[in-house]
Ligand binder design. Structure first.
Ligand code: ATR
Length: 278
């Protein structure tokens, strides 16, 4: 009797129970009739290295990484994609035969794909400037995405100004730092405004940024997702501005990993959105 190992992938983090990734990949596995499994793997910090290194031996073809391991995993990779090394974090790992550990970051890709799905033909090149609120890990991925897609200027506003300065120093000439309290003054000329802060998440206050000076058509994106729109997106809609929530980015960033592990490029559609939000 010949035995073939089942196709295994998963998401590694701590805590892990909040992760929507198992539901997301589970929906695709069922939809495409793939005999594989996508498993949430909770590893405490003291067990991360040993646990992670055991995964290929257990039959895992790869994993996603979530909080708090997106940066730490880079030290365990045998190769790191350019975008992961620029962003300074990886969310997608492929284990290769012979021990290779390939680290990639698909968040920037996920962001751009989600914008393009909502606004077909959209390009950062045509957006002029971008106003980005926040300077954490998600901000780094989005700044990289916009610069790589040809944005003219990125204006960065963060509560802690020093974190904005670090991004400016790294990402260079097309970046400018804006005072958090004066962010509204940076709206003029921005074709896209993105909230990457934790404001608007459950238990956090809403982001309050007056949008009166936003030109018609200014795209307003919030990477926070949930069954209901954030106060920031509701405010944008009240001004008649096109809005995009964060669920699309979450769904699209998962596509390259699923394709690498299970050999099928999956589709992001309304059924997937419903399944993940259910
Ligand atoms: P992530 O990797 O998800 O982006 P993070 O690195 O913790 O998460 O960053 C969270 C972002 O939300 C930061 O920009 C943070 O601002 P600080 O750098 O000043 O901490 C921002 N943030 C969180 N709570 C906030 C609040 N109450 N007001 C303004 N910004 C807030």
């Amino acid at each position: 009797m010949t035995e073939t190992a089942p196709a295994l992938a998963g998401v590694v983090g701590w805590p892990i129970s909040h992760s929507l990734s198992p539901r997301l990949h589970g929906h695709w596995l069922t939809r495409y009739g793939i005999a594989g499994h996508y498993i949430p793997i909770g590893l405490r910090p003291q067990d991360f290295e040993t646990g992670f290194r055991a995964l290929p031996k257990l039959g895992f073809r790869g994993v996603n990484l979530t909080i708090p391991y997106k940066e730490a995993v880079l030290a365990m990779a045998t190769s790191v994609s350019d975008r992961a090394s620029l962003i300074g974090a990886a969310n997608t790992i492929v284990f290769r035969e012979g021990g290779g550990v390939v680290a990639d970051n698909t968040d920037a890709y996920g962001f751009l794909e989600s914008v393009r799905q909502a606004q077909p033909g959209w390009s950062a090149k045509g957006a002029g400037a971008a106003l980005i609120l926040g300077a954490g890990g998600a901000s780094r991925a989005i700044v990289h995405a916009l610069l790589a897609d040809g944005i003219g200027e990125v204006r960065l506003a963060n509560r802690t100004r020093q974190r904005s300065n670090i991004l400016k120093d790294q990402f260079g000439a097309r970046m400018s730092v804006v005072d958090w309290n004066l962010a509204a003054d940076a709206i003029e000329g921005a074709g896209i405004i993105v909230n990457t802060t934790a404001l608007g998440m459950p238990g956090k206050p809403e982001l309050t940024l007056p949008l009166d000076t936003a030109a018609p058509g200014t795209l307003v994106v919030d990477i926070v997702y949930g069954p209901t729109a954030t106060g920031f997106l509701r405010e944008a809609a009240r001004h008649g501005l096109p809005t995009i929530d964060g669920l699309g980015m979450l769904l699209h960033q998962a596509v390259p990993g699923f394709e690498s592990w299970f050999g099928q490029r999956p589709e992001v559609d309304a059924a997937l959105r419903r399944a993940v939000l259910a």
